[in-house]
Ligand binder design. Structure first.
Ligand code: AMP
Ligand code: MG
Length: 346
């Protein structure tokens, strides 16, 4: 097992810093912006968050490629100057004064676009996962993971709107429950467990004194809580309802955006997260899963695709060899896979 304490220390500080920018931008989103379906707030926060995290990782681990969702090509177009200026303002507001060239260079540290593995060791970053949730004022995540020889070795997943204190099962996973003050930062290292810290502040991560998280022990579907995407375009709600019916799940599914779904399974607030393909050609992106997968596995959960195969992070930006994602507390996994198979999902 690699000692990932340096990676976690840098990753935790970077994700917390990025979360401050995201929180400031999210709180500035007005009803008017939502009505106009104005994507600029999320885009400013996406670029700002990627700049912060890639700057920190690139400074600390200069040889590591970073596979991030964004690149600065669009920002460099002359028509987007005002937009770039707004990103610089948001960076400055969280204590990072940067020139336009600096900011673009940091963003592009995460612009690895090759088809195959970027190296034996690399990072995957989603600067804002769950952009639709971000715009709605609901759940989103900043997800960072380090992958070494195809294994996820370290993960830091910031969920600024996920309450730090897990509430009653099912209660805090409702999309309407938003952290007031203290959001969650999920941290995991391969073989060392999964933990939750406050996303605010700069408390040190010491595994010996940090709260560990574990999945539920639920083994009966009558008790089980299921979660899924808010967006039916990202995961088929009709198929999940069919599967829930077959398994005898009685509780309504909790719908929440982003890798916060992995977090709630990892903390035992839900027992199953289904991500069922909505169209044949879609391939999941590595940054939508890497962080959440390790957090859940280290909490004792199980993650596979809909055919029961482990997620394979060895194929560049996409999970080319996998279809959909099934996450459970482990105990329920095999039966869920059988029900998925019986539902005939392609
Ligand atoms: P969620 O918040 O769980 O619904 O997931 C958000 C992520 O869904 C985004 O980061 C996108 O990368 C991803 N996404 C976009 N289109 C699809 C699709 N057709 N199927 C699955 N995921 C998608
Ligand atoms: Mg995403």
């Amino acid at each position: 097992m690699t000692d990932c304490s340096a990676e976690l220390k840098t990753g935790i500080a970077a994700v917390r810093h990025a979360a401050r920018l995201c929180q400031a931008v999210q709180s500035s989103i007005t009803a008017e912006a939502l009505e106009k379906k104005d994507k600029s707030p999320v885009t400013i926060a996406d670029f700002g968050s990627q700049a912060i995290v890639c700057r920190a990782i690139g400074d600390a681990f200069p040889d590591d490629p970073i596979v991030g969702e964004e690149d600065s090509a669009e920002l460099k177009e002359p028509g987007n100057k005002t937009f770039l200026t707004r990103i610089l303002q948001e960076l400055s507001a969280v204590g990072l004064d940067a020139s336009a060239d600096d900011a673009c260079a940091w963003i592009d540290r995460g612009g690895w676009i090759g088809e195959d593995l970027p190296g034996e060791r690399f990072w995957a970053l989603d600067p804002i996962d769950g952009t639709k949730g971000f715009l709605r004022g609901q759940q989103y995540a900043i997800s960072l993971a380090m992958i070494e020889n195809g294994q996820i070795a370290a993960a830091v997943v910031g969920c600024p709107n996920l309450p730090l204190e897990a509430t009653a099962r099912g209660a805090s996973v409702d999309e309407s429950v938003i952290a007031s003050g203290a959001g969650s930062l999920l941290v995991a290292a391969k073989g060392a467990g999964a933990f939750v810290l406050p996303i605010e502040g700069d408390s040190d991560f010491d595994p010996a004194s940090t709260t560990r998280i574990t999945v539920s022990q639920v083994s009966e579907f009558a008790e089980a809580r299921l979660c899924e995407s808010v967006e039916s375009g990202h995961s088929s709600h009709s198929h999940s309802a069919q599967i829930a019916g077959e398994l005898g799940i009685v509780h309504e599914p909790a719908r929440l955006d982003s890798q916060a779904k992995y977090a709630v399974v990892a903390r035992g607030e839900a027992d199953i997260y289904l991500r069922l393909p909505t169209r044949p050609g879609y391939r999941e992106k590595i940054w939508d899963h890497a962080g959440g997968v390790l957090v859940t596995e280290e909490a004792g959960g199980k993650v596979t695709d809909i055919a029961g195969k482990p997620l394979d992070f060895m194929h560049g930006r996409e999970l080319k060899e996998n279809r959909g994602v099934i996450v459970t507390n482990g105990l329920l996994h095999e039966q869920v896979l059988v029900a998925v198979r019986n539902a005939g999902i392609e």
